[in-house]
Design a protein around this ligand. Structure first.
Ligand code: PMP
Length: 358
């Protein structure tokens, strides 16, 4: 078996993969595969409802918020969010802290009036940090303020989530949902494509305040309306059944190992060990993320030159580690250390970092 540090679609718990294999052959004792079922059948409906209930329990989602499981990924939400909430005559604020935050902004700008609440882009075009508390311009009239809680390409993270007062906070939590406890009541909406911590690609979790659904636009096509998906309990269109059923197994496992607090404790320790190993050898490794913005799920670093990066990657590959190549736009090394990457897996990488000759 390989040690999988890919940043997404990322490693899933072994037990969830094994149960998914069973589902592919005989789903819930129906004698047919999960991909051959009616999504209106009792077996699938129960499993989808369970997946939603597990997510609600794990994140302590209050009754004020609905949970939708929609098809597509996070990018669908870059458009669906402003389509629904950026009504004519209003504007939304966006904090730009990386490629994905920028992409969300661009998509909204295509549809309506958007303003920049902060932009931490460096002169070289990269992003190393999230804004400090005083740096975020919170306009009280904005219909929402959008952040990307974890910047998958740059390895930066909002360690403290901003207080936006009465302005609904909307977060793309694709690469850190379920990695740490959050107070969902503070958010107007959270969305996360599944393929990091939740399950296979193809499904996106949307946790949205019910009053925002009520206020959302009704003059857009039905398929894009949060209200329609809410009314139909995420069964308006045929869901990505295999992805949702597998998500249920992942979430069951998350509960079995102690829930989000236990998961966070391990994630913290994984990040601590990796950053400590990198910081111990400053002559060999450079971590671009500013100290107070360092992500606990994505660790990016560079050797002194591209040849060094390549040699490091070759040695990692020899040791059975995959998925460590940095994003094509920035290079270097990038380790996805999401929930299902174990402490032992991280220790293998720590050992390589500590012993690598350069
Ligand atoms: N937002 C973030 C933070 C991401 O990491 C990604 C994918 N890596 C996306 C959005 C885009 O997700 P999708 O490909 O599911 O649209």
């Amino acid at each position: 078996m390989k040690i999988n540090f890919t940043v997404g679609p990322a490693a899933l718990p072994r037990i969830a993969i094994e149960r998914a294999r069973e589902d592919l052959v005989d789903f819930e004792g129906t004698g047919i595969s999960v991909v051959e079922q009616s999504h209106r059948g009792a077996a699938y409906e129960r499993v989808q409802a369970e997946a939603i209930a597990l997510l609600r329990g794990l994140l302590a989602v209050p009754d004020t918020h609905d949970i939708l499981l929609l098809s597509g990924g996070a990018r669908t939400q870059f458009a669906m969010l402003p389509l629904n909430l950026l009504t004519p005559g209003t504007f939304a604020s966006y904090a730009i802290t990386g490629y994905w935050a920028r992409s969300a902004y661009d998509e909204a700008a295509f549809l309506g009036d958007v303003r920049i609440a902060a932009d931490t882009r460096e002169p070289d075009g990269g992003y190393r940090r999230v804004p400090g508390p005083g740096e975020l311009a919170i306009d009280r009239d904005a219909v929402y303020l959008h952040i990307c809680s974890n910047n998958t390409i740059y390895g930066t993270q909002w360690r403290e989530l901003p207080d936006t007062g009465a302005v609904p906070l909307v977060a793309d939590m694709t690469s850190d949902l379920l990695s740490r406890p959050i107070d969902v009541a503070r958010f107007g909406m959270i969305y996360a494509a599944a393929q990091k911590n939740l399950g296979p690609a193809g499904v996106v979790a949307v946790i949205i305040r019910k009053d925002l659904i009520e206020r959302s636009r009704q003059d857009i096509p039905k398929v894009w309306r949060y209200a329609i998906h809410s009314q139909h309990k995420s069964l308006y269109y045929t869901p990505t059944m295999f992805a949702v059923a597998t998500m249920r197994h992942v979430l069951e496992h998350a509960v079995a190992i102690g829930g989000v607090s236990a998961i966070e404790a391990t994630n913290r320790e994984k990040a601590r060990r990796l950053y400590a190993a990198l910081d111990a050898r400053p002559e060999l490794y450079r971590v671009p993320a500013a100290e107070d913005s360092r992500s606990h799920t994505i660790v990016t670093f560079f050797l002194p030159d591209a040849d060094g990066d390549a040699r490091f990657l070759a040695e990692a590959s020899r040791r059975g580690m995959v998925g460590l190549k940095g994003h094509r736009t920035v290079g270097g090394i990038r380790a996805g250390i999401y929930n299902w990457v174990s402490l032992d897996d991280v220790d293998a990488l720590v050992e390589l970092i500590a012993g690598f000759r350069g």
